[in-house]
Ligand binder design. Structure first.
Ligand SMILES: NC(=O)c1ccc[n+]([C@@H]2O[C@H](COP(=O)([O-])OP(=O)(O)OC[C@H]3O[C@@H](n4cnc5c(N)ncnc54)[C@H](OP(=O)(O)O)[C@@H]3O)[C@@H](O)[C@H]2O)c1
Length: 210
C-alpha cells in the first residue's frame, strides 16, 4: 500500500519507519524535501519525500502527523482526499493557564474538526494515544498493547486496523469518529504519566482479559 505521511517529525518518522519495515511504500509530505535528517530517514527506510499536497495525491492512505496549531491550514491545502483513507494522529494540544491541555473536547474533538475541514473524506482517529517511540517498538512488545481507532467508515477502519496490527498493536474499534472525544483525553492520560509523573515514554496501554 502507498502511505503518505504528512509531517516527518516524531510521529511521522516513527510510523513511516514501521510501515516501511512491514513492506509498504512511504512518501513523506514535507515543506522542505532537502533537509538532511529527512534525506537520511528516506535513505534508511527506502522512502521518498514530496511537498504535502503531492505526497497526499500519491497515497492510498494519508496520515496527518502535524502540530495542531498548523493543522487547519496545512490539512485544507492537501487537495482532494475523497478516495483516500485519512489517519488523524494529532492531539489538539494547547497551553492553558500554564498547563498543557486539550484545546477542544467534551462536546467535540480534534478529529471532528479535521473531518469538518475535509467534507466527505474518511477520517480515522488513531495513533494519538501513546508516544511516538512506541509506534516503532513493535518488535520489542512482550504482548500487543492496545490502540483504539474511531471513525465513521467501516471499510476505512478495517484498512487502518490492519496498519495498526502491523505495528504490533491490538486494534480496538472505539466506534464512530465522535469517540475521538474519548481518545484525545486518553492521550492526556499517557502524557500525564509519561512526562508529568515521570513514568517515561517506553510503555503503552494493554487490555487484560480473564
Ligand atoms: N510526539 C508524540 O509522541 C506524539 C504521540 C501521539 C500523537 N502526537 C501528535 O502527533 C502530531 C505530531 O507530533 P510530532 O511530535 O510528530 O511533531 P513534530 O515532531 O514537531 O513534527 C511535526 C512535523 O510537522 C511538520 N510541519 C510543521 N508545520 C507544518 C506546516 N505548516 N505544513 C506542513 N508540515 C508542517 C514539521 O515539519 P518541519 O520539520 O519542516 O517543521 C514536522 O515534520 C501532533 O499533533 C501531536 O499532538 C504526538
Amino acid at each position: 500500500m502507498k502511505i503518505a505521511v504528512i509531517g516527518a517529525g516524531n510521529v511521522g518518522s516513527a510510523l513511516g519507519t514501521g510501515w516501511a519495515k512491514a513492506g509498504h511504500t512511504i512518501v513523506f509530505g514535507v515543506r522542505d524535501v532537502n533537509k538532511a535528517p529527512l534525506k537520511a530517514l528516506c535513505e534508511r527506510i527506502g522512502a521518498t519525500a514530496a511537498p504535502p499536497a503531492e505526497a497526499a495525491r500519491q497515497g492510498d492512505v494519508v496520515v496527518l502527523a502535524l502540530p495542531w496549531n498548523v493543522a487547519e491550514n496545512a490539512v485544507k491545502s492537501l487537495g482532494d482526499l475523497k478516495d483516500k483513507v485519512i489517519i488523524d494522529s494529532m492531539n489538539p494540544l494547547a497551553m492553558k493557564d500554564g498547563a498543557l491541555g486539550l484545546e477542544r473536547g467534551y462536546t467535540t474533538s480534534g478529529a471532528e474538526a479535521v473531518a469538518s475541514w475535509l467534507p466527505g473524506v474518511k477520517v480515522v482517529k488513531t495513533f494519538n494515544q501513546v508516544g511516538a517511540e512506541m509506534m516503532m517498538a513493535g518488535d520489542r512488545f512482550p504482548a500487543p498493547p492496545v490502540m483504539f481507532l474511531a471513525g465513521d467508515d467501516d471499510g476505512a477502519k478495517s484498512t487502518v486496523a490492519q496498519l495498526v496490527r502491523e505495528l504490533g498493536f491490538e486494534a480496538l474499534d472505539a466506534g464512530a469518529l465522535r469517540q475521538a472525544r474519548l481518545l484525545e483525553p486518553f492521550a492526556m492520560v499517557w502524557i500525564n504519566q509519561a512526562i508529568l509523573r515521570g513514568l517515561g515514554r517506553d510503555w503503552a496501554f494493554g487490555v487484560i482479559r480473564v
